[in-house]
Design a protein around this ligand. Structure first.
Ligand SMILES: [Zn+2]
Length: 342
């Protein structure tokens, strides 16, 4: 399926034919609605009460939100009553403090995730695919559960295989038994599976939830001849953020739900398209826990120019050094928008 469906979806969400101008007008309106909600309802954003932007460029004057602040006081971000919270996702940190981020979702927030998976997965799979999900799927509102829900809206079968992920031989046997043709999961796990079971008939793969190396993609291509797509997302962004299209020239951002910025991690200043820096986002449609200028710690860039697929949605390059703000790599010369960016 092609990227036009993703643009049509965004167009229906913004309620206007999709142009950069109509999208940015919508984003400004949604940022102001988010500021009003967060300023009124959350303790953390109370200092922003009464703030209203006249243009998107004014967003750069607002303070950042950091993951550390989210660890420290997650309930200070809550904008709805606890009984409206449908799901709390706890994200453990890699540090030794034992603290964890808590991210709250209302039923409407979860529906936004399923809706993105419905349309975003149209870039990746075909209606005839049988999809194997290597993410947890048992809990209502989990990634696998929402992905299964999104795919089911196109009549696509998605089977949870996460329980086999510790035993590659058993996983391979299940994939063969169920005639799985597409996989969604962690890059390292799917790469290990490709190396150990090159006989599988997997045709399409969506790599998600972690840094994707070029070596990983090449291994999967070589073993299965499978087409590899990439998804970038965080729990804080509402699970989904951006997904690659058939042109494999960056990941299209779900711009009706997320406003993305790239900043210099040292100075905090916005960087122009094409320059590498830290990914910062503002949620546009979330109710339980809207986030304003949230610093992800991930290094990427907005790929300048238009995608060969002709989508109007901006593209995020493959993040580098996920979660680690190391020395920035040199800026890639324009015109070398290689697949997967690395
Ligand atoms: Zn594209």
């Amino acid at each position: 399926m092609n990227a036009a469906t993703m643009d049509a979806w965004i167009s229906s969400k913004i309620g206007a034919p999709l142009t950069r101008a109509s999208l940015e007008e919508y984003q400004l309106r949604k940022i102001n609605e988010t500021l009003a909600l967060a300023g009124e309802r959350s303790a953390y954003y109370a200092p922003l009460r009464g703030q209203r932007l006249a243009s998107l460029s004014e967003l750069a004057a607002l303070p950042f939100t950091t993951p550390q602040e989210l660890f420290a006081a997650p309930y200070s971000f809550l904008c709805v009553s606890p009984r409206e919270v449908e799901r709390i996702v706890t994200v453990p940190t890699s540090g030794s403090s034992g603290s964890a981020k808590r991210v709250f979702f209302t039923a409407e927030d979860l529906e936004l995730c399923a809706d993105f998976f419905h349309y975003g997965m149209r870039l990746v799979v075909r209606e005839t695919d049988r999809v194997g999900m290597l993410f947890p799927a048992k809990t209502p509102g989990s990634v696998g559960d929402l992905l299964r829900e999104g795919l089911s809206r196109d009549g696509i079968i998605a089977l949870p295989l996460y329980e086999y992920s510790r035993d590659l031989a058993a996983l391979a046997a299940e994939i063969e038994r169920e005639n799985i043709t597409a996989l969604v999961g962690f890059p390292a796990l799917i790469e290990a599976l490709a190396l150990s079971a090159p006989q599988l008939g997997v045709e399409r793969v969506l790599l998600s939830a972690d840094y994707v190396s070029r070596g990983c993609v090449e291994t999967i291509n070589t073993a299965w001849g499978a087409e590899c797509f990439e998804h970038y997302g965080l729990t804080e962004s509402g699970l989904g953020f951006a997904v690659s299209c058939a042109a494999h020239a960056g990941c299209h951002i779900r711009e009706a739900d997320i406003y993305a910025e790239i900043i210099d991690p040292d100075t905090g200043k916005n960087l122009p398209d094409g320059e590498w820096g830290e990914v910062v986002f503002t949620t546009l449609t979330r109710r339980a826990m809207p986030l304003i200028r949230y610093r992800t710690g991930d290094i990427s860039r907005i790929i300048p120019g238009s995608c060969p697929c002709s989508s109007l949605l901006r593209r995020l390059d493959s993040p580098r050094d996920r979660g680690l703000r190391k020395k920035l790599p040199p800026v890639t010369p324009q015109g070398t928008d290689a697949p997967h960016g690395l």
